[in-house]
Write a protein that binds this ligand. Structure first.
Ligand code: NAD
Ligand code: TDX
Length: 336
């Protein structure tokens, strides 16, 4: 196995990236982490505050900054690339930062890996495969065709294709993972579960898009972190692995579970305008990851994970209150 001692984690102050940094610090004591993060609205240095200074260093900067990468990348043996503009609704309002960070940023990182012979792991999404019908028994596999629907998912798909080309043409030692919807602590209040939990905590009615029947395949972010580490250290170079946890649920079911667990009536929410181009259903076949690397999800009790997540938001008002008002003002303008 490849045992990295000095890794760069881009986007390590965001939701999944910061959970990954905590995971590495806890589980892999020989590995030092350099977090490279631009600290956009979605990045919060508090997410990694308190971790030992000899294990984690924060470099504030942009993944599109080639000159910065030229200084930071040498001396590292791997880059795990989480940084992205990640929210579909934002991408519909203004795609430009998505094209820049997700496409141009990936390009610059690949060029840096090529120049300095650094191992590269690319964190991507199941949304690159488009959507499935509710009644389709199929799930996404690594062979599914790319057919992204949104500005967000099309920029993630573009970045995946760059990775494949840089591996094949230049021999960059790259792997890709496409994961389903994550939930857990440190997720921004713009996203579905944190938005609804914090709405209830603020005495505001949750908001459900469209008919609420859209299905997402939920995975606890801790299971995602473990899968990324397995792929980084033991995955086959040039391969794509899908990460999921058999967590398919309709948005209505998830919302009703939140309401029930927070002591509200199951109908105490508003139906709001649907997302344009809203993907119907995602579903992941993660058998390749299981068969090749023996990985399987541990956090498979969704109710328990949801309870822990609700408790985390209830206990960390200071963490989210600052972002809540601006996020809701933006949604209100869209009738959402
Ligand atoms: P997030 O929005 O919570 O965090 C993104 C982080 O990247 C922030 O810390 C932000 O400051 C940083 N960043 C943004 N632009 C940057 C730039 N130009 N340079 C440096 N840093 C920059 O995102 P997330 O939900 O944690 O997603 C992380 C990754 O996982 C993304 O690549 C996303 O596509 C992928 N992913 C997310 C999910 C999900 O359910 N959230 C599922 C599958 C894959
Ligand atoms: O208020 C809401 N009401 C609602 O019904 C919000 C914010 C969302 N929704 C719906 C839209 C989706 O069907 O809930 C579902 C989940 O929405 P998001 O949290 O915005 O996630 P999604 O669009 O599925 O994308 C997420 O998973 C894949 C991440 O944001 C992406 O970064 C990741 O690639």
């Amino acid at each position: 196995a490849f045992e990295p001692t000095n890794i760069i984690v881009t986007g390590g102050c965001g939701f999944i990236g910061s959970n990954f940094v905590h995971h590495v610090v806890r589980e892999h004591p020989k590995t030092h982490v350099t977090v490279l993060d631009k600290l956009t609205y979605a990045g919060n240095p508090g997410n990694i505050a308190g971790l030992p200074a000899d294990r984690v260093e924060l470099v504030v900067g942009d993944v599109c900054d080639a000159e910065l990468l030229g200084r930071v990348v040498p001396g590292h043996d791997a880059i795990v690339h989480f940084a992205a503009e990640s929210h579909n609704d934002n991408s519909i309002l203004d795609p430009s930062p998505f094209v820049r960070t997700n496409v141009e940023g990936t390009y610059q990182l690949l060029e840096a890996c090529r120049a300095h012979d650094v191992r590269y792991h690319h964190v991507s999404t199941d949304e690159v495969y488009g959507d499935l019908a509710l009644d389709d028994p199929a799930r996404f596999t690594p062979e599914s065709p790319y057919r992204p629907s949104s500005p967000y998912s099309s920029t993630k798909a573009s970045s995946d294709l760059l990775v494949r080309a840089w591996h094949r043409t230049y021999g960059v030692r790259a792997t890709i993972s496409n994961c389903s919807n994550n939930y857990g602590p440190y997720q921004h209040v713009e996203k579905f579960i944190p938005r609804q939990v914090t709405n209830v905590l603020c005495g505001v009615r949750p908001k459900l898009y469209g008919d609420g029947a859209n299905v997402r395949d939920w995975i606890h972010t801790e299971d995602h972190s473990r899968a990324v580490w397995e792929i980084l250290t033991r995955g086959r170079i040039g391969e794509t692995y899908l990460i999921g946890a058999d967590g398919e649920r309709s948005n209505l079911d998830v919302l009703r579970a939140i309401l029930e667990r927070m002591g509200r009536s199951p109908d105490d929410f508003d139906w709001v305008r649907d997302r344009p181009g809203h993907d119907r259903r995602y579903a992941i076949d993660w058998s390749k990851l299981h068969d090749e690397l023996g990985w399987e999800p541990v956090h498979t009790d969704f109710s328990e994970g949801l309870d822990q997540t609700i408790a985390w938001y209830a206990d960390h008002r200071d963490w989210w209150e600052g972002a809540k008002e601006a996020t809701e003002a933006k949604y209100a303008k869209q009738g959402q």
